[in-house]
Design a protein around this ligand. Structure first.
Ligand SMILES: [Mg+2]
Length: 415
């Protein structure tokens, strides 16, 4: 049998920090050891602001970053934009974070860089959607570099491929559905025919102001839509209630009691996300699983969601919650509470690719939101494969995606 500890070449020998470590079979990556080949360093950040195309998915603007290194490797990241259109302050923040904490350091030092960005500049450790998405963008770019340096997809560095393919879902198109609930049944049949096993819809419009209570008449009308879907496709399609915290606590419990008979996949953000105790009160009053997390960040906020039993389906957003390793930690905490992850995806393509890396290596992965438009595919040299309701994880190193420079140049924001 081949002894894997035997160096294959001079280059491998350099990777061993000491003769003793080598003899013990411990091989340190060269960047960890001051005596080995010089550490790879991040040298520069570039931001790329793009105009999305309609129908907008992940916002009307996409903000990408590139981290450059002194070894020629380039890591891709994305600052999720949501509905923001003026991203000047975020571009400044990305440069500031990199200037202070990333440039000159090894991209392998994820924990050190993260702790410095979060704990020193980032509102003194207060989680928030202002800075944490910028931290996430930088973190995922570091992982992209690490994957390219080791020639491995990121999921292979975080536990390996647990899932060969990833179940996915999107919003049900709802045009005309409120006026004619039977149309929801026809759409559901089409979704099943396309291979989908789940979708979600939000019949409780508008999103704002919130929280509020909806009249009984409105709730009963929403129930008709769910009834039409069940009548059309039976149990072939899971349907999530895709709300955005529109309800008061009592209002949410009332909605749940009426929709419960249709066995929804989940009730998403039944109340706004900041008061976890109130969401827990809803969870205690219904058999519908509660889903939440797209507006929460860091392991600290998610720990409250789990400890207080406010949600069992964790919709973390890899591009917002703190990055890939932070997401893996959150997924691990959820696993210990027998909770599943269903990552949020209203993002651009790079952050979507980061979510796919997490999903692939997470045992408690349930389903991936997949809200995309044509540009999500077109912008990559090799688009991420989605067919019959499933995503195939890319096998390339790092995030497994490469930008098509011509498409990037075409979509650059010029105003
Ligand atoms: Mg949502």
């Amino acid at each position: 049998m081949r002894d894997n500890r035997q160096p294959k070449c001079e280059h491998d020998l350099q990777r061993c920090s000491t003769i003793q470590a080598y003899a013990a079979g411990i091989v340190f990556p060269n960047h960890w050891h001051p005596g080995a080949r010089k550490k790879m360093r991040v040298t520069e950040i570039k931001t790329i602001l793009l105009d999305n195309i309609k129908p907008y998915r992940g916002g009307s603007k996409w903000l990408f970053i590139q981290l450059f290194t002194d070894e020629g490797l380039v890591g891709l990241g994305e600052r999720v934009t949501g509905h923001a259109t003026n991203l000047n302050s975020q571009i400044s923040l990305l440069h500031d974070l990199c200037d202070r904490f990333v440039i000159g350091n090894s991209p392998f030092d994820i924990e050190k860089i993260w702790a410095a960005m979060y704990g020193t500049l980032h509102d003194y450790r207060h989680p928030g959607l202002d800075s944490t998405p910028a931290i996430s963008a930088i973190e995922m770019a570091c992982w992209d570099i690490i994957g390219k340096a080791t020639n491995q997809p990121i999921y292979n560095l975080l536990g390996g491929k647990y899932h060969d393919k990833l179940r996915a879902y999107a919003y049900m198109p709802t045009e005309g559905v409120w006026e004619n609930p039977e149309k929801a049944g026809e759409i559901a049949q089409a979704l099943v025919a396309e291979g989908n096993t789940a979708c979600k819809l939000d019949p409780f419009m508008p999103y704002f102001p919130l929280p509020r209570d909806f009249p009984l008449k409105t709730i009963r009308h929403a129930a008709k839509i769910f009834q039409c879907i069940r009548d059309a496709v039976g149990d072939e399609l899971e349907i999530g209630i895709g709300t955005h915290g529109q309800f008061s606590t009592a209002g949410a419990i009332r909605v749940a009691s009426i929709l419960e008979e249709f066995n929804p996949f989940w009730f998403e953000e039944p109340v706004p996300p900041e008061n976890v105790d109130e969401m827990a009160r809803v969870a205690a009053h219904t058999s519908i699983p509660i889903a939440s997390g797209e507006r929460l960040v860091t392991k600290y906020e998610f720990s409250q969601l789990l400890i207080k039993q406010a949600a069992q389906i964790i919709q973390l957003d890899v591009g917002q919650c703190g990055g890939i390793l932070e997401s893996k930690k959150i997924a691990g905490m959820a696993e210990a509470h027998y909770a599943m992850i269903a990552p949020h995806m209203y993002v651009g393509p790079i952050s979507a690719a980061a979510a796919i890396q997490l999903d692939t290596c997470s045992p408690n992965f349930l389903i991936q939101e997949y809200n995309v438009n044509d540009l999500h595919s077109e912008i990559f040299v090799e688009p991420i494969k989605f067919e019959n309701g499933y995503i195939t994880p890319p096998t390339g190193p790092g995030l497994g995606v490469e930008l098509d420079e011509k498409v990037v140049a075409r979509q650059l924001t010029r105003d």
